[in-house]
Design a protein around this ligand. Structure first.
Ligand SMILES: Cc1cc2nc3c(=O)[nH]c(=O)nc-3n(C[C@H](O)[C@H](O)[C@H](O)COP(=O)(O)OP(=O)(O)OC[C@H]3O[C@@H](n4cnc5c(N)ncnc54)[C@H](O)[C@@H]3O)c2cc1C
Length: 362
């Protein structure tokens, strides 16, 4: 019905104007390598059991693999412990949202088919929606499918014969699946933590917002949370900015999480329509809308997540505008006029307290 091309978007200045899907293990390897280069180590098999705020910091009880408990003191604590966050629970921060009750499955598999290798497909079939997402290894794809007949409390078995039937029925193409890798069955949930901060403790990533993988927004949103928070924490911790700068984390990131969850919930609803007449309306509306380049570009830009703006944030609102440069709170695109800025923003450690923190800087 329509084709969304990322490289036609206005942000063609972006170094990677494409949809990139990689296995989660690869993402974790990249992140860990980077962390290593920055001098930090991930301590596996170590769990946070409890935490409490103390004078000028936070104390947490960590349980090691051998069962020993260690009290760990830090000035700040960031809970990046995923959807079932113990940190969020310890803070008593409520989640707001709902569970869709629908069942989806995900499977990484090799696929021979007449489809173009390296392109992603979204098949709005009568039997349920099917996403075919290219993986870095040629010929390998990630299949994500709605299973309208399945129940969350009775997850189906995902094997090659089941997948083969599903793909053949929904695409109507001759395909051959083999080498089944990672599989997962999940029920989309759409929740956001009411508050991303309690005193010296923060929430980021899935600990702060939980949503269905439709649209693939989760990981990027979590990384944006981390980036938004860390330079501010760095400045406040070193006494280079007023502590109120940290309030802008909630102010800037909570609405982004809310908007993202609203969009993903709507998309999940549209993707999981069961009533035939509504499916037909969906098909017709999507067919008409996707004829317009502007709609396709908007969709691509939304999925690309580079349209973030924080114009009304305390950290940027007081700033005067200077001609020709990005406005405070806007994305600093890689324009000819700003290569030095882009270079400096690449590494959060080099961020200095300057006029960019406005009245919040000391
Ligand atoms: C099936 C599926 C498919 C997805 N596909 C995509 C996609 O295509 N694109 C995308 O962008 N996102 C996708 N997501 C979402 C993405 O995986 C998450 O948004 C991302 O992993 C969140 O990262 P995180 O670090 O916040 O949390 P997590 O990745 O959940 O990491 C949390 C970590 O904290 C640890 N932890 C938990 N409790 C404790 C504790 N008490 N003490 C110590 N450690 C603890 C956990 O062991 C884990 O290592 C998908 C999610 C699912 C479920």
């Amino acid at each position: 019905m329509g084709r969304v091309e990322f490289r036609q978007l206005d942000w063609s200045d972006a170094p990677y104007p494409m949809w990139l899907t990689i296995p989660q293990s690869e993402t974790e390897r990249c992140l860990e390598e980077r962390l290593d280069a920055l001098g930090a180590t991930v301590e596996r098999q170590t769990a946070l059991r409890s935490l409490r705020e103390i004078e000028g910091g936070v104390e947490a009880d960590l349980v090691r693999a051998d069962g020993t408990v260690e009290a760990c003191r830090s000035a700040w604590l960031v809970g990046c412990d995923g959807a079932r966050s113990d940190v969020r629970r310890a803070l008593g921060v409520p989640l707001e949202g709902d569970t869709s009750g629908e069942v989806f499955m995900l499977a990484d598999v090799a696929m021979e088919s007449p489809l173009v290798d390296g392109e992603g497909y979204n098949v709005l079939a009568r039997e349920g929606v099917l996403f075919i997402v290219p993986m870095p290894t040629p010929g390998r794809v990630r299949l994500i499918a709605h299973l309208p007949e399945a129940r969350p409390d009775d997850p189906p078995v995902i094997d090659l014969p089941m997948l083969q039937r599903l793909v053949d029925t929904r695409t109507g193409l001759r395909t051959t699946l083999s080498s089944l890798g990672w599989t997962s069955v999940f029920s989309p949930k759409h929740f956001i933590a009411r508050s991303l901060r309690v005193g010296r403790v923060f929430l980021a990533g899935d600990a702060a917002h939980i949503h269905s993988p439709v649209g693939g927004q989760g990981l990027n949103t979590g990384i944006q949370d981390g980036y938004n928070l860390m330079w501010k924490l760095g400045l406040v911790h070193r006494g280079l900015a007023a502590p109120t700068l940290l309030d802008t984390y909630q102010e800037e990131r909570h609405p982004v999480g809310e908007r993202m969850i609203r969009g993903v919930r709507r998309a999940t609803w549209a993707m999981t329509l069961r009533v035939r007449p509504l499916q037909l309306v969906r098909r017709r509306v999507a067919g008409v809308l996707l004829r317009f380049a502007r709609v396709r570009d908007r969709l691509g830009a939304q999925i690309g997540m580079l349209q973030l703006r924080y114009p009304a944030s305390l950290a940027t609102a007081a700033e005067p505008l200077s001609a020709g440069s990005p406005r405070p709170g806007e994305r600093a695109a890689q324009q000819a006029s700003t290569p030095a800025l882009t270079e400096r923003l690449r590494d959060a450690r080099t961020t200095r307290c300057s006029s960019s923190t406005g009245s919040l800087g000391r």
